[in-house]
Design a protein around this ligand. Structure first.
Ligand SMILES: C[S@@+](CC[C@H](N)C(=O)[O-])C[C@H]1O[C@@H](n2cnc3c(N)ncnc32)[C@H](O)[C@@H]1O
Length: 492
């Protein structure tokens, strides 16, 4: 029974920006649908894993209340310890099954989020999740639901089946079994047969070699693993309507569909359109937002709500993409709009302020924000977070980086989201907090992890060379990256 095997290994730590209330609000407003309340809301995460998303959101939204549940004791212990160290008073973690959580009472939720859960639990657990949603989601409330979807997964489903069988046949600790099974699968794929007829399967296998054992265990070795057609899920959600995709680039048909493909989609209605889009774009993972009793906004209401959302760069200005490849071919991001917009976004501001500052008009600015947010360079936010609170949370996250490099994001109160910080920069920040010499500290941690630095393509052999390079890198951090982290409120 593979759930038992998977329980022997923790899931990865990650913050998922698509689950942020501001992101959901942006996606819903693009479709003209009223978002859940943006202040004082109640938020539940079902199957929260390590709980980093819930903890980060609880940090950024002190006036909201969060609950999160997961059955794995180590996940909840880690999540609770982080919440305790951060001093969170607005989050409750429950180490229990969905069935036990369903038996709890309490206030209903404005947002219920399930990321990476639906495709990885049994039909019985999905029934329980539907029951929770049906009883606990408020009218106007939103469900974020991600899942592996069809037909994108159809050709590659045997890879998961074969991998599962092979891991079960191996002996020893799970990570070793995974490594040996992957090795076997690579040899298998080179013999052709099915792999010759499903080239994406060989590519999937290749990509798995770069993933961690934790990821592979929880993504592929669960006893339960089912991709779904969007329409089947939409039909099951009790009294909810599909409102929007939280994958923002999905909102831009022009980027994803040729005119002929778009015309084919237009020949259908409702859920069928989504499956046609998935078919034409070879989508394998969906992030859907469903709403109970959605309220359609008038155009002026929609503009008012959108205008109040704030946007800012999640990456340094020079890393904002200047071109992007759409599914319909290369497409430049016109510099006349994107360059001044990116300049303006260095300091987060409301859409209303952006539109007032730029001459391009509301719709053009909104579309450019969808593109940049879809590419991960921009985040929407509901307002400015509490800097002191974020410093404390980030301190707790950084402290964990002493022993593990896995928590990569820090809370950015000015952006209202979590932002990835480079592994060495996290060690520099931790050293500064602890009053240690940043370069020496970062080198000590790196050396303990069996790693060295590289300069001009050459690995550095001696301690002195590594320390000298680390000192140079810390200087670079101080000049080039730290000021931005301070401006975003991520560190003092
Ligand atoms: C693939 S992981 C995703 C975790 C997290 N949402 C993320 O994306 O990082 C699925 C999670 O669901 C939890 N889970 C599975 N079955 C469950 C159940 N019956 N009750 C509670 N949690 C469950 C697992 O322990 C695991 O942490």
């Amino acid at each position: 029974m593979w759930t038992d095997g998977v329980a022997a290994i923790d899931y990865t730590h990650a913050f998922y920006p698509e689950m942020a209330p501001a992101h959901l609000a942006f996606a819903l407003l693009l479709k003209g649908i009223a978002p859940p309340p943006t202040q004082g809301f109640t938020y539940a995460e079902l199957g929260c894993g390590q709980g980093l998303t819930t903890n980060t959101l609880a940090c950024l939204h002190p006036d909201a209340r969060f609950q999160a549940v997961d059955v794995l004791p180590s996940h909840i212990a880690n999540a609770q310890a982080l919440a305790d160290d951060a001093g969170h008073d607005n989050v409750q973690f429950f180490e229990e099954t969905f069935a036990a959580f369903a038996g709890r009472g309490g206030a209903d939720f404005d947002i219920i989020a399930l990321h990476g859960v639906w495709s990885w639990v049994s039909a019985e657990n999905r029934r329980i999740l539907l029951d929770i949603i049906s009883r606990r989601l408020k009218p106007g409330g939103a469900v974020f639901l991600s899942y592996n979807c069809l037909p994108g997964w159809a050709a590659d489903m045997p890879v998961r089946h074969l991998l599962l069988e092979r891991v079960a046949a191996e002996q020893g600790p799970l990570p070793q079994r995974i490594d040996r099974a992957l090795d076997f699968m690579m040899r298998l794929s080179r013999q052709g047969g099915y792999f010759d007829h499903a080239p994406s399967a060989a590519a999937l296998l290749e990509s798995l070699r770069g993933k961690t054992d934790n990821y592979i265990a929880h993504e592929y070795l669960n006893r339960d693993w089912s991709p779904f057609y969007h329409a089947d899920i939409a039909a099951q959600l009790p009294g909810l309507e599909f409102a929007a995709s939280a994958t923002l680039l999905d909102h831009l048909d022009g980027w994803r569909l040729s005119p002929q493909a778009a015309a084919l989609v237009a020949e259908s209605h409702g859920s069928a359109c989504e499956t046609l889009r998935d078919t034409l774009t070879y989508t394998r993972f969906r992030r859907d937002i469903f709403v109970r009793e959605p309220r359609l906004l008038s155009e002026s209401e929609r503009r008012q709500h959108l205008g109040a959302l704030r946007f800012g760069l999640t990456v340094p200005r020079h890393e904002v993409p200047e071109s992007a490849t759409s599914l319909t071919g290369d497409q430049m991001l016109p510099a006349t709009l994107y360059a001044p917009l990116a300049d303006a976004l260095v300091e987060p501001k409301s859409l209303e302020q952006l539109v007032a500052q730029l001459p391009h008009g509301f719709d053009a600015v909104v579309e450019a924000l969808v593109v940049l947010a879809g590419l991960g360079a921009v985040a929407p936010s509901l307002g400015v977070g509490d800097t002191e609170r974020c410093h404390r949370f980030n301190g707790a996250v950084l402290a964990r980086n002493r022993h593990s490099p896995h928590i990569r994001q820090l809370a950015a109160p000015a952006l209202g989201t979590g932002v990835v910080v480079d592994v060495l920069d996290r060690l520099f920040l931790l050293a500064e907090r602890e009053g240690a010499d940043p370069a020496a500290f970062a080198w000590t941690v790196l050396a303990e992890r069996g790693k060295r630095l590289r300069r001009d393509g050459q690995w550095l052999e001696t301690v002195d060379d590594n320390l000298a390079e680390m000192t140079r890198l810390y200087g670079q951090f101080l000049r080039l990256r730290r000021p931005r982290l301070v401006a975003l409120g991520m560190c003092a």
